[in-house]
Write a protein that binds this ligand. Structure first.
Ligand code: CMP
Length: 153
């Protein structure tokens, strides 16, 4: 379905405010505004499940999400990160491996703008900030913190 004109200009305005997209030309933002799908979540909803295959990239337009990761099936998920309006996630499954590295859940009401794999490749995948995003240090930090809690209890 083609996005209506008013929605389209609202999306454009929002996309222009996203720090990682600020240097993008207007025609790229306009194409993004054309193809994105707005999705809504409630508190605790899974937006992404670790281990699932994934074809979508998410930009948060309202609310906050929590990122967590399970190191093995019988361990509790470890909290890694909170992301807010203007931040994005889901890029890892779109680069090489298509498996989700972590779970992402909604904190209260959340609205995301969702971009499919093909549009991601054409419009976003070239951005260094997205392409070079790595989480090793965060994961390591979470692991070390989890172990610290374990050993102190
Ligand atoms: P993806 O693996 O596709 O799905 C889960 C997403 O969580 C991942 O892409 C990243 O965009 C995001 N994420 C945020 N923080 C982390 C982190 N510390 N480790 C792994 N993924 C993270």
């Amino acid at each position: 379905m083609r996005t209506g004109l008013i929605k389209h200009s609202q999306y454009m305005e929002f996309l222009r405010s996203v720090p990682s997209l600020q240097t993008q030309p207007v025609d790229v933002l306009s194409k993004l505004a054309d193809v994105l799908e707005e999705t809504h979540y409630s508190d605790g909803d899974y937006i992404i499940r670790q281990g699932a295959t994934g074809d979508t990239f998410f930009i948060i337009s309202e609310g906050q999400v929590k990122v967590s990761q399970q190191n093995s099936v019988n361990e509790e998920p470890v909290y890694l990160n909170t992301l807010s309006k203007g931040e994005w996630f889901g890029e890892q499954a779109l680069k090489g491996e298509d498996v989700r590295m972590a779970s992402v859940t909604a904190v209260d009401d959340v609205t995301c703008l969702v971009i499919d794999r093909e549009s991601f490749k054409q419009l976003i995948g070239g951005l260094d900030e997205v392409n070079n995003k790595q989480y090793e240090s965060d994961e390591l930090k979470a692991k070390v913190e989890a172990e610290a809690v374990f050993f102190s209890s």
